[in-house]
Ligand binder design. Sequence first.
Ligand code: K1U
Ligand code: ZN
Length: 174
Amino acid sequence: MTEILPILYVPDPRLRTKAKPVAAGDSRIAELSERMLATMYKAPGIGLAAPQVGELLRLVVVDIRPDEKPDPMVLLNPEITAESQELATREEGCLSLPNQYADVTRPARVKVRWQDLTGARKEIEAEGLLAACLQHEIDHLDGVLFVDHVSALKRNMLLRKLAKELKAKEREAM
Ligand code: K1U
Ligand code: ZN
């Protein structure tokens, strides 16, 4: 069975570090992306970026319908090449800030370019949940979290609530 990787929680400094490009065709990247997909489906989540499992690499996995037939995307070195002026607001969560949610406003549509595991260049124009998820995951590669897109007041509230809940969980496990 594919190994599930531990997910880092805020305030782990690796979540605030810019990740490095990856080389397509590297079998270690293919193995890591398999483990990241298994970790994402188990969580469950709709996306996962390599820094969330402690690997400071520009690698992202996404499947926005985890309850349906698996339709995984593996994106190496993803980049946003265009974004709409129109904005969209939706509630986001993050596997690195468990149980914390906030409304986040981002461009409604984005063009994203990446390489697949073989090195082939891909591009899509995304909207809706896929657009939000891709922006959220690409942010992770630059050390940016969804709470950076909300007011300082809301951010501090979420971060304090998270710290309290993680401390309580730690005490329960003792
Ligand atoms: O990067 C992550 O932490 C994963 C995160 C991605 C995300 C969620 C919402 C909007 C944009 C990006 C998650 O997957 S949180 C869990 C989640 O949203 C979900 C889990 C199961 C079913 C449906 C959604
Ligand atoms: Zn996240």
